[in-house]
Design a protein around this ligand. Structure first.
Ligand SMILES: O=C(O)C(=O)C[C@]1(C(=O)O)C=C[C@@H](O)C=C1
Length: 248
């Protein structure tokens, strides 16, 4: 594992995220799936339909061994049943102290309250089960990408321990954030995901006159914004949290 191979994985995961958003965009917002949005109640713990749907799906996925894979992080990690499939010997790449970092509560909140209203059309077509299945796919894809920051951080630390060591000793968050940030890479990521949303989300027609109207299944600028405002900042936050514990 090196920086190039973890970046390749991040690039491949962009496809999954863009496709999952395109699938979700087939349905209107369908707000019933997210109620009861009672005032003052934390959306993550209120039992909306989506909440129950994700919780029960994770129970099944846990039995199927999904969370044995260190790249997977459940939204509701408490009380998950053990895996019932044969044990696979996953390579232990991550430092144990940082491996359980989980920012899914923040991801849930951003997805429901900020991202969804940007790309799901208003309305209700009653397809709550299908909508929730699409939400789950989006949440899992975004969560996997953001928590992959642990692997990115591990590789960066292994490549230059002498560079990161002093900042870790000093628990210097700002210093670590500066060291692991590559602005030119971030610019490329934003441009690439926007382009992917343009290519994957266009209408494919056999006749040429389709070229005149440019409508996409998900607005490409929303995907770029998703990465700029939430995905990359949270991936960096995971990296910082991981590095702070790297010498424990
Ligand atoms: O590629 C890296 O070095 C990463 O840390 C990943 C990532 C990203 O989230 O895409 C995050 C921080 C960097 O500034 C650039 C990109």
């Amino acid at each position: 594992m090196d920086l190039e191979s973890v970046r390749d994985s991040l690039i491949r995961q962009e496809d999954t995220i863009v496709f999952s958003l395109i699938e979700r965009a087939k349905f209107p917002i369908n707000s019933w799936a997210y109620s009861p949005p009672q005032n003052g109640v934390d959306a993550f713990s209120a039992s909306s339909f989506l909440h129950s749907f994700v919780r029960e799906s994770e129970t099944l996925h846990a039995k199927a061994g999904r969370y044995e894979n260190p790249e997977e992080n459940p939204f509701f990690p408490d009380d998950l049943p053990p895996s019932m499939v044969p044990t696979h010997d996953y390579k232990q790449v991550l430092h144990p102290a940082g491996s359980s970092i989980n920012v899914n509560k923040t991801i849930w909140d951003i997805y429901l309250n900020k991202l969804l209203p940007l790309f799901a059309a208003e309305g209700d077509d009653g397809n709550y089960g299908l909508t929730a299945a699409c939400d789950l796919a989006c949440l899992q894809a975004i969560s996997r990408r953001i928590h992959y920051g642990k692997f990115v951080a591990e590789v960066k630390f292994k490549e230059s321990p002498e560079e990161y060591g002093p900042a870790i000793h000093d628990q210097d968050r700002a210093g670590l954030m500066k060291m692991l940030t590559f602005e030119a890479v971030e610019e490329m990521v934003k441009k690439r995901v926007e382009k992917k949303a343009t290519v994957f989300g266009q209408e494919v027609n056999l006749s040429d006159n389709s070229k005149s109207k440019e409508t996409y299944k998900v607005d490409p600028s929303v995907v770029s914004r998703l990465y700029e405002e939430w995905v990359m900042p949270l991936t960096k936050q995971v990296q910082v949290e991981y590095l702070l514990r790297r010498l424990d």
